[in-house]
Every structure is written in structure tokens, then in C-alpha cells.
Design a binder for this molecule. Structure first.
Ligand code: ADP
Length: 403
């Protein structure tokens, strides 16, 4: 089945066209600056990249343009729009209402609108993307694949914050967790590699990118995860602070005369690796170079990251009474061997031994790579994530009635 996977942001629309039989990406690209002026970048494997400035007033026009591009005799890979059998949308927050991938209908759209309060920017953008696709491709089945869904199996002791019960209920405050589609993909791959029944597996998955989260996956199901009510919770990220003493929040707001919005923006955009490195960079590539050049702030930022990863692995090993496997994925997890190495130091208490030589060589591989020694009690793997493939597969399963 040919499935169009769409990831709609407020002014952008990323897309990938999948053949779900071969799992091949037939074409992918991005429509950007929607509602401002508009541009498309379109890539087909083996062909030159196509870029053009095209006016895109809204997400409907952007969708029309991307479909025209996919069907163009010179740039495209399809004869007509009819070849696209379904559309799968990446949804960041499903709130309390959407706990699994689902076919879009009026009721589902109402439930998604109910998430506006929890993730206003993302949800508003997703709704524009969905309505854009409905208008540009009328009658085409649309499926939502939700980033919080994989975490919905957490028990109450993992998802409940120590706030009054009635307040949590009134405002739907709880740990939701994010990057679920990625944690689901890499833990699924790891279960296949372990070669034993999913019920018997205990895996910690580390999705380390600009935004980062770590999950404890027991028996194929998430029992805890580091991100919380929002993607700000957890550990140090590119420009997000992760968990800090909550009393710091009103303290800084008062001292700096900040509104809640300004404080929220500050914690998301000005902190994390960027903040600790004294504003140097949120990107580990730049920080790595600065560390080599002897920059102490950059070193501290990276040291905090490695230390916090180690603490999460330890906490989740405690929660699951040990682990069989530790997985690294996303930009940092797949490419920064020095961070994997530092995070995995002194884990003999778990019987975990990294093969430093293989680890140092493992970057931009594109394949699943074992980076632990053969006698390590915990298998450590680098598994490149593929959230879009999960979205395409879920969409196919739902549309073809297999689920
Ligand atoms: P996002 O969360 O925005 O999807 P990524 O998963 O691409 O981000 O991760 C971004 C981080 O990964 C950055 O800190 C960057 O330094 C690092 N990274 C990404 N690609 C590479 C690479 N090829 N080599 C080294 N580091 C990389």
C-alpha cells in the first residue's frame, strides 16, 4: 500500500511517501513558510533534490502542492493521486482521549480538539494539516498515530504527580510521555534481536536528540518514561532544562519579572545544553568541538547529559529489577559515541560492558549495531529510529482492517 506520512507544524508540513510492502520511501520533502510565502524541498532517491518557492497561503494549498509534485510527470513518482491509498499523521499529544492509532472521523477530530489545551501549538498545527489533507484529498482515509500512545500503559505510580487528586483530574495533569512512536519502534526492533518472548524482556530506550527522553519498556510495554505532562520534563536537552527544583520557577519569574508564557519559553528555548554552555550551542557537534578546544562550560554541559542518562538507566534498572538491553537512538544516540561511552561507564553493577572499539566506529550506520561485548550481561545497541515507518505501517493496518 502507498501511504503518505504527514508531520504538520504551524508553518511547515513534512511528508514521506511509503510503499508499505517494501518499506521503501518513494519520495520525501517539506513544505515550509506556509502562510508566510512558501517553499517546497522534494527528494526522490537517486534524483537531484528539487526546491522551489511557491506561494502557500495555508496547509490546504501546501497539501495540494505536495500532491501535485508527487504526481508531476517530471518530479513525481505517482501517475495520479488515486495511488495514495491513505494518509498517516504524526500527532504529538493525544491527551487523555487518544491512546492508540485511530482512523479520523468527526468524533476523533473532536477528541483531538480536546488536546488543544495540553499542547496548543502542536495540536493546532496538526488540525490544520489534517483539514488540509481532507480538503486536498477528499475521501482519502486519514489515520492519527500518536506520540503519547505507547506510554499509555504506565501504571498510576509512574504517571501520577504528587499534586491534589482533584486538581490532576480537573486539568488532566499526569505524566504522558513523548517520542512514543520512536520508543515503540526501537524497543520493537530490540525485542526481535533478543529473540525471546516480548513478555520476558526488560529494555531501556534512550531517544537522544534536540529533545530527549528515556523509557523503561517491560514486557514490550512502557512502565515509565522521563518526559512528563509536557516534553520539558526529564533530563537536560538541547535548549530545555528538563526536571529542575520546581521552586526555581516562581523564584526566577519574580526576580526577572517574567510572565508564565515568558518563563515557559525561557525553559524551553534558553536552558539545557545551550544555557549551561553559556549560550555557546544547543548542538552536541559544536559542543564536542568546544570540549576538544578546552571549553569548560561545554564540557560541563556534556558531563551533565551523560550523568543524567546514567541516573535514568539506573533508576529504570531498579524499577524493572535489571535490564536485558539498553538502546540508543536519534541524532545524539546514533552518532555521538563519546556520549554513549561516558553514559555507560561504571555499569559493572549491571554486568554491562561496552565494546569501546565498535562503539567509536558506530555513527551514521543506518543499521542496528551491537556495541556491547559478547560477554556483557546487558546488550547495548544503536538502533536508528524510524517513526515515519511506524506511522505508515499503523496506517496500513488500520485502513486495511487488520487492526
Ligand atoms: P531532533 O530532536 O530535532 O529531531 P536530532 O535527533 O537530529 O534532533 O538530534 C540533534 C542532535 O544530534 C544534535 O545535538 C546533534 O549534534 C546531534 N547529531 C545529529 N546528527 C549528527 C551527526 N551526523 N553527527 C554527530 N552528531 C549529530
Amino acid at each position: 500500500m502507498k501511504v503518505l506520512v504527514v508531520n504538520a507544524g504551524s508553518s511547515s508540513l513534512k511528508y514521506q511517501l511509503f510503499d508499505t510492502v517494501s518499506s521503501d520511501v518513494l519520495a520525501k520533502g517539506i513544505c515550509e513558510r506556509i502562510g508566510i510565502d512558501g517553499a517546497i524541498t522534494h527528494k526522490v532517491p537517486g534524483r537531484e533534490v528539487y526546491s522551489a518557492d511557491i506561494k502557500m497561503e495555508n496547509h490546504t494549498v501546501a497539501t495540494q502542492i505536495l500532491v501535485e509534485t508527487l504526481c508531476s510527470p517530471t518530479l513525481g513518482v505517482l501517475k495520479s493521486m488515486d495511488e495514495i491509498e491513505a494518509v498517516g499523521h504524526r500527532i504529538v499529544h493525544g491527551g487523555a482521549y487518544l491512546k492508540e492509532s485511530v482512523l479520523v472521523d468527526d468524533e476523533v477530530l473532536k477528541k483531538l480538539e480536546g488536546c488543544l489545551d495540553l499542547a496548543p501549538l502542536h495540536t493546532a498545527a496538526h488540525l490544520m494539516g489534517i483539514h488540509g489533507c481532507i480538503e486536498a484529498m477528499p475521501g482519502k482515509p486519514q489515520v492519527l498515530v500518536i506520540d503519547t500512545a505507547f506510554h499509555s500503559t504506565m501504571p498510576p505510580e509512574a504517571y501520577t504527580y504528587a499534586l491534589p487528586k482533584d486538581m490532576c483530574e480537573k486539568y488532566h495533569i499526569r505524566r504522558y510521555g513523548f517520542h512514543g512512536t520512536s520508543h515503540r519502534y526501537v524497543s520493537g526492533e530490540m525485542i526481535k534481536i533478543l529473540g525471546k518472548p516480548a513478555e520476558d524482556t526488560k529494555i531501556v530506550t534512550c531517544h537522544l536528540g534536540n529533545g530527549s527522553s528515556i523509557s523503561a519498556v517491560k514486557g514490550g510495554k512502557v512502565i515509565d518514561t522521563s518526559m512528563g505532562f509536557t516534553p520539558l520534563d526529564g533530563f537536560i536537552m538541547g535548549s530545555r532544562c528538563g526536571a529542575i527544583d520546581p521552586a526555581i520557577v516562581p523564584f526566577v519569574m519574580e526576580k526577572e519579572n517574567m510572565t508564565p508564557d515568558q518563563m515557559n519559553n525561557f525553559m524551553n528555548k534558553n536552558c539545557g545544553l545551550l544555557g549551561v554552555s553559556g549560550g555557546l550551542s544547543s548542538d552536541c557537534r559544536n559542543l564536542g568541538e568546544a570540549v576538544e578546544a578546552g571549553n569548560a562550560d561545554a564540557k560541563l554541559a556534556i558531563d551533565i547529559l551523560c550523568y543524567q542518562i546514567k541516573k535514568y538507566v539506573g533508576a529504570y534498572a531498579a524499577a524493572m529489577n535489571g535490564i536485558d538491553a539498553l538502546v540508543f537512538t536519534a541524532g545524539i544516540g546514533e552518532n555521538r559515541d563519546e556520549i554513549r561511552s561516558a553514559a555507560c561507564k561504571n555499569m559493572d553493577y549491571l554486568g554491562l560492558k561496552l565494546d569501546e572499539e565498535i562503539n567509536a566506529k558506530t555513527k551514521l550506520q543506518g543499521d542496528n549495531v551491537c556495541i556491547s561485548t559478547p560477554d556483557s550481561k546487558v546488550k547495548v545497541y544503536v538502533i536508528p529510529t524510524n517513526e515515519e515507518l511506524v506511522i505508515a505501517r499503523d496506517t496500513e493496518m488500520i485502513v486495511s482492517g487488520k487492526r
